[in-house]
Design a protein around this ligand. Sequence first.
Ligand code: ADP
Ligand code: ADP
Length: 225
Amino acid sequence: MARVEIKDIGKVFADHTAVSNINLTVEDGEFLVLLGPSGCGKSTLLRMIAGLELPTYGDVFIGERKATRLQPKERNIAMVFQNYALYPHLTVYENIAFPLRVRSVEKKLIDEKVRSAAELVGLTRMLNRKPRQMSGGERQRTALARSLVRDPDVFLLDEPLSNLDAKLRHSAREELRQFQDRIGVTSIYVTHDQVEAMGLGDRIVVMHAGTVRQVGTPEEVYLYP
Ligand code: ADP
Ligand code: ADP
């Protein structure tokens, strides 16, 4: 795990400022939530941390390293999206193993890592299922386990629960929080949902029109209705 430091970062698209002059530090093992309405720049900020988008100005540091010029695959970051992008023809086991297979990791080590990741997210008994034989929450856990096997320094989550129905979303949120407590990986979580932000975050960053409006613990931030 690693500390993430965002220094005076901004992103200007051709005719439009998406993110401006943001400074943030995410502590080792912290669960930070970026909260704000659609279009306020949350995803753009997350994508700059992941290296999927180049900042117009400013820098990202991951641990001691200046990450801004590193390729996404050099950053040791895992990103989980709302559509989990599981491979439908592969089993849970094979889906979780995939990132290690493509890196030619030794089979025995793959097996250990897959089993311990599956255990962490409670999927041990479902390793032979295919995605279509599972609930939305189980698919989400498979996606988490798949990002986990690479031992990422940082977890980036972009509205990972938004495709689940309300009931499932509640239990998935609880699971995600427990999961983060257990593995303690530095996590940055994007949502427009205040309840989700309050339930998950060690700290919440309230964003508005590309800027940071407030930063604080759930008790400290005042959320506008
Ligand atoms: P959020 O994740 O909070 O919904 P985004 O970061 O996706 O917000 O978008 C912030 C702003 O930047 C929006 O106004 C969006 O239209 C704009 N934007 C995002 N990506 C692009 C792009 N590739 N080209 C131009 N404008 C973009
Ligand atoms: P082999 O080289 O003997 O064919 P496999 O690659 O089939 O080995 O499996 C190696 C280990 O990985 C097995 O002991 C098994 O526990 C596990 N494994 C491989 N594929 C799966 C799978 N689809 N579901 C569950 N476990 C699997």
